[in-house]
Every structure is written in C-alpha cells, then in structure tokens.
Design a protein around this ligand. Structure first.
Ligand SMILES: CC(=O)[C@@H](O)[C@H](O)COP(=O)(O)O
Ligand SMILES: NCC(=O)COP(=O)(O)O
Length: 239
C-alpha cells in the first residue's frame, strides 16, 4: 500500500496572508490523520513564508503519524530539525525568488555540504531523504551519502502533457529502479494531483508519495478530512 504524506504548508499560506492565527496547520494535520494520512509533511522555509517555528514545535507534540520536516541544507534549519527530531528530514533546494520548489538538489555538485547536514540529522536518529530530479547520477550520489530514501521530483511530470508526460513518467521509472537497486526507499512528490497521481503511484517499488497543494486546494471546497480520504481511496485503488 502506498504511504501518503500530506503536506500542510499551504494551510499556513492562507494563515500568513493575514499574519493571523487561522487556519491552523496543526488542526489541519489532525484532520489529515483522520482522513487516512500516513505522514504529515511540513516545510520550514528559511523565509518562513508559510510554516512557522511554532508550527514545527506544536506539530511535533501533536502529530501521531510519521512527521516529515522539509528543510534547506542550511545551518539554522538543520539545527532546528535536530532539536525537533521529526521521523524524517527531507533536504530540499530553496531560493527566496521561487514561487515553489523548482528543481531537485544538486547532490552531485554539492555532496560535501549535503553529506555534512545528513550526518548531523542522522546523529539525532532522524531518517534522511533527498529531494532530487529523476536522474540516475543524482540517485547514485544520494546513495553514496547514505540517506535512507530519495524523493523524486514529479514537477516536470505534473506540468507535462501528452508524449512529454509519458517521457517524464519513463524518467521517474528509470530513476526509481536505480533508487530501489541501491537499497533506498523510493518516494516521490511535487505537483501531484487527484488526476495525475495514479501512474506515479503505480511505478515499481514506489513506497511513499508526498502531496500537498492539490489536497489543500480540494480541502478548501470539501474539508481536510474528506480531501485526504479521497486521495487515500485513489491510492488504495493502485496498490
Ligand atoms: C519539495 C516540494 O516540492 C514541496 O514539498 C515543497 O514544500 C514546496 O514548497 P512550497 O510548499 O513552499 O510550495
Ligand atoms: N515534497 C513534495 C510535497 O511535500 C508536496 O508538494 P506539493 O504537492 O505541494 O506540490
């Protein structure tokens, strides 16, 4: 059965639009659990555009399923993660100008810095994952660092149409085989929706999908619990 990580960042985006107290991502996380989430994902960005330090502290006290804290490879947020001790830490690239995550980590070109962050996290008993483009060389570099999982960036797949989308799915399938052959857990995420998720969920050895924006968008209309339950039902049809 595919494990569903629900990313609650954009509940906090709505709250931060007014710099107020609601909607609270902590409550959203509890409702997501009731809807069938296997994990809660939250991204403490360096610019704090959505998830705040307070959210991380309270989520770590209230979430009863896996916690997956997304952070940049930066000393400040790595230290916060080491203090918070989530189940998983996912290292992601960040830039202030981006609307959302654009590409994967360049593990090949930044192995020393990424390795140092991973070792600090592992030292606190935190499982580690790297968000990368579906490139075999990036997968191999990730395995050399010793992370337990790799999350393949599904953004290009989500944005593509027709033959281009089939090509992107083939890239994910090929890179996913390398992930599994090297003994790491195969995760995927970014831009997945109720309409495009099934082919990715059906990829060989896929273990976990992290989905946020589409679920929160649906939750605005039907509520968080039902939005998660609908995604859960789709994934259960696949596995
Ligand atoms: C890495 C990824 O695709 C998401 O998990 C990330 O959280 C996107 O950043 P925003 O949530 O700020 O859009
Ligand atoms: N790591 C991907 C994630 O957590 C959710 O990304 P999105 O579904 O909000 O694009």
């Amino acid at each position: 059965m595919i494990e569903l990580g629900v990313n609650i960042d954009h509940v906090a985006t709505v709250r931060q639009a007014r710099r107020t107290y609601e909607p609270d991502p902590v409550i959203a996380a509890a409702l997501a659990e009731q809807g069938g989430a296997d994990g809660i994902t939250f991204h403490l960005r360096e610019d704090r555009r959505h998830i705040q330090d307070r959210d991380v502290e309270v989520l770590m006290k209230t979430v009863t399923v896996k916690t997956n804290l997304e952070i940049a490879c930066a000393d400040e947020v790595v230290a916060i993660a080491c203090q918070a001790k989530p189940t998983w830490a996912l290292l992601v690239p960040e830039s202030r100008e981006e609307v959302t995550t654009e590409g994967g980590l360049n593990v090949l070109g930044d192995q020393g810095r990424i390795r140092a962050a991973v070792e600090k996290l592992k030292g606190e008993g935190i499982l580690t994952s790297l968000f990368i483009d579906p490139e075999p060389e990036q997968v191999k570099a990730s395995a050399e660092i010793g992370v337990e999982a790799v999350e393949l960036h599904t953004g290009p797949y989500a944005l593509a149409r027709g033959a281009a989308q089939i090509h992107e799915l083939d890239r994910l399938r090929s890179a996913g085989k390398v992930v599994s052959d090297l003994g790491m857990r195969l995760h995927a995420g970014h831009g997945l929706t109720y309409a495009n998720v099934r082919p990715v969920a059906a990829l060989p050895n896929m273990i976990e999908l992290n989905i946020g924006h589409a679920i929160i968008s649906r939750a605005v209309m039907v509520g968080m619990r039902d939005a998660v339950a609908e995604m859960r039902r789709i994934l259960d049809l696949v596995s």
